[in-house]
Design a protein around this ligand. Structure first.
Ligand code: URA
Length: 281
C-alpha cells in the first residue's frame, strides 16, 4: 500500500469542511488545533490522513467532498428528482445522485449550477438575501429604454417585495429583441423573469453566465467540470461573507448528505434554506 500523501494542515482542515484555507490558517494560529495531541500553530505543517487532527478536542477528517460546475441545458430540471422532467441535473454527471444542486434554475433557463455534497457551504451560498452574485444574460422582447434599465437597477416592486439594487447593462438592441446582462445579489423564485416582465420586457431566453467567482468560459451547455482547489476556496470565502452577514440569524441546519439519507432523495438545499421550491435568483 502506498503511504498517505502529506498536505498542509490548513488544507487538511479546509477539506474537512472547516472553512476556507484562510479561515483555517486563523484557526491554527489561534492554537485550537492539535495533531496527534500536540498543539500546532503553523498552518503549513505537513499532515496525512493517518494523523489524528482535532479542533478544540474534536477529531476531524477530510470527507470525500466533491464540487462540480455544470452548464445546465434547456429541458433539464435543476432538482434531484422531478417526475415531470425528462432529465434531472444530477444525471448529467458521474455519481451525481450523491450530490445536491446549489440553488435552482427553471427548466427553460440554461447556465451554471454547482453540484456538491458539502452541505454547510451549499447552505451559505443559497441564503436568499445574501447569496453570491449571479450574472444572467436575458434575451427580452421589445425596446429597452433607459428608464427600464434604471428601474431594474434601483429595484422593482414584486409580489414578494422590492428587489435589491442590481447591476444591469444593455448589451445589444435589435429590431424586436434585446440582450441585457443583469447581476443579482439575492435569489428569489423566477426573479429575473419577473423583474423584466414588471418593466414590460418579457424574457424569451435566459442563461446564467456567472456564479460568484465562477464563469461558464469553455463550458458548453450540457458540459461539466470539477472545480479547482482555488475555485472551491473562493466559493468558501464567498460563503464565509454570507455567514458573517447572517451571524446572529439562524443559518439553517447543515444539509443532510445524500449518503446519509438515501431514501430521501428530495431533501436538499432548497428545502434546507427554507427557500421557495422554484428557481431562484
Ligand atoms: N431567474 C429566473 O427568472 N429564472 C431562473 O431560472 C433563474 C433566475
Amino acid at each position: 500500500m502506498s503511504p498517505a500523501k502529506p498536505m498542509n494542515l490548513a488544507v487538511f482542515l479546509a477539506r474537512a469542511g472547516l472553512g476556507s484555507r484562510r479561515a483555517c490558517d486563523e484557526l491554527i494560529r489561534e492554537g485550537v488545533v492539535t495533531v496527534n495531541d500536540e498543539v500546532v500553530e503553523f498552518p503549513r505543517q505537513k499532515v496525512t490522513v493517518d494523523d489524528v487532527v482535532a479542533v478544540r478536542g474534536e477529531p476531524v477528517s477530510p470527507r470525500g467532498l466533491r464540487y462540480l460546475l455544470v452548464n445546465k441545458p434547456k429541458g433539464v430540471a435543476s432538482t434531484r428528482r422531478d417526475p415531470h422532467a425528462d432529465k434531472v441535473i444530477v444525471d448529467l454527471v458521474p455519481r451525481g445522485r450523491e450530490l445536491f444542486p446549489v440553488g435552482r434554475l427553471d427548466v427553460d433557463t440554461t447556465g451554471l449550477i454547482v453540484l456538491t455534497n458539502d452541505g454547510v457551504l451549499a447552505n451559505r451560498l443559497m441564503h436568499p438575501r445574501y447569496g453570491v452574485p449571479k450574472t444572467y444574460v436575458a434575451r427580452v422582447r421589445g425596446k429597452v429604454s433607459r428608464r427600464a434599465l434604471a428601474t431594474l437597477r434601483q429595484g422593482v416592486d414584486l409580489e414578494d417585495g422590492m428587489t435589491a439594487p442590481a447591476d444591469v447593462r444593455l448589451r445589444k438592441q435589435s429590431a424586436k429583441t434585446a440582450l441585457v446582462e443583469i447581476t443579482l445579489h439575492e435569489g428569489r423564485k423566477r426573479q429575473v423573469r419577473r423583474m423584466f416582465r414588471s418593466v414590460g420586457l418579457p424574457v424569451e431566453d435566459l442563461s446564467r453566465r456567472r456564479y460568484g467567482p465562477l464563469t461558464d468560459k469553455g463550458l458548453e451547455p450540457g458540459g461539466h467540470r470539477e472545480l479547482t482547489a482555488d475555485e472551491v476556496d473562493a466559493l468558501r470565502r464567498a460563503g464565509e461573507q454570507v455567514a458573517d452577514e447572517v451571524s446572529g440569524e439562524d443559518e439553517g441546519q447543515p444539509l443532510p448528505l445524500a449518503a446519509e439519507s438515501p431514501s430521501d432523495a428530495n431533501s436538499g438545499p432548497d428545502e434546507a434554506t427554507g427557500g421557495s421550491s422554484g428557481p431562484e435568483g
